[in-house]
Design a protein around this ligand. Structure first.
Ligand SMILES: Nc1ncnc2c1ncn2[C@@H]1O[C@H](COP(=O)(O)OP(=O)(O)OP(=O)(O)O)[C@@H](O)[C@H]1O
Ligand SMILES: [Mg+2]
Length: 228
């Protein structure tokens, strides 16, 4: 891995078994994400985009191939170390927000900072700053069930970005948002990308978002091909 590479996968394949059938979702995918690079992955529904992000983030294990995050091979790590590396280096924006329903927005967004062992007051302060950026400072005490779909997505964006990760893996980050909120999220992505050199891998159907990235890739029949 080159020093400027934050995330890389080599010959990554993933198959699912369904009874006697084998579904080959990803075939020998190679991808390199450099520091500060924004890239997008497009492809039809069911083409394996979420599967790819889950493998890149160590949330699922590949059938074959390897993933490297900041010079560390995910496949060779135990669950604890993989969890630590994820918390330290990666941010996730899931296709479905995955906020914890019993916690408030403020608690949800503070969580990654608390997990790192930082002081609650510091976590709270950072979370409020992030929530202000995504326009949710009036919803701090709401539970996810008391938010609109777009507000939940924005809270999830704040949670992913709060640790200042080296690379954010975003699955349809603007999927549930109206034009105005989508634009806001895109601006936030661009701002972090510029100010902190955060890299982004963005799965999206939003062509405006995709075309804001430096490299666009498409998944076709399990193969990742460069689109631009
Ligand atoms: N755990 C699983 N077991 C079996 N098949 C799975 C599993 N997870 C995903 N698949 C299959 O793998 C394929 C790719 O799924 P994936 O969620 O990666 O698609 P996607 O490109 O993200 O689609 P969408 O745009 O609809 O979100 C689908 O056909 C899906 O049915
Ligand atoms: Mg998906």
């Amino acid at each position: 891995m080159q020093p400027t590479t934050v995330l890389e996968c080599c010959e990554l394949s993933k198959s699912f078994r369904q009874g006697k059938e084998r579904l080959d979702v990803l075939r020998n995918v190679n991808l390199q994400v450099k520091r500060g690079e924004r890239l997008s992955v497009i492809g039809s529904s069911g083409s394996g985009k979420s599967t790819l992000l889950h493998l890149l983030g160590g949330l699922d294990t590949p059938t074959s191939g390897s993933v490297w995050v900041i010079n560390q091979k995910l496949n060779c790590m135990n669950d604890t170390d993989r969890g630590k590396l994820r918390n330290r280096s990666l941010g996730f924006i899931y296709q479905f927000h995955h906020l914890l329903p019993e916690f408030t927005v403020l608690e949800n967004v503070s969580m990654p900072i608390l997990i790192r062992g930082n002081e609650p007051d510091h976590a709270r302060e950072l979370a409020i700053t992030m929530l202000d950026k995504v326009g949710l400072c009036q919803r701090l005490q709401h539970k996810p069930g008391e938010l609109s779909g777009g507000e939940r997505q924005r809270a999830a964006v704040a949670r992913a970005l709060i640790t200042g990760p080296a690379c954010v893996l975003a699955d349809e980050p603007t999927g549930n948002l109206d034009r105005y909120s989508a634009k806001h999220v895109l601006e936030l992505i661009l701002e972090l990308n510029r100010d902190l050199e955060t890299s982004f891998v963005i799965v999206t159907h939003d062509l405006e978002l995709a075309s804001s990235t430096e490299a666009m890739w498409r998944l076709v029949d399990g193969v990742l091909v460069r689109e631009n």
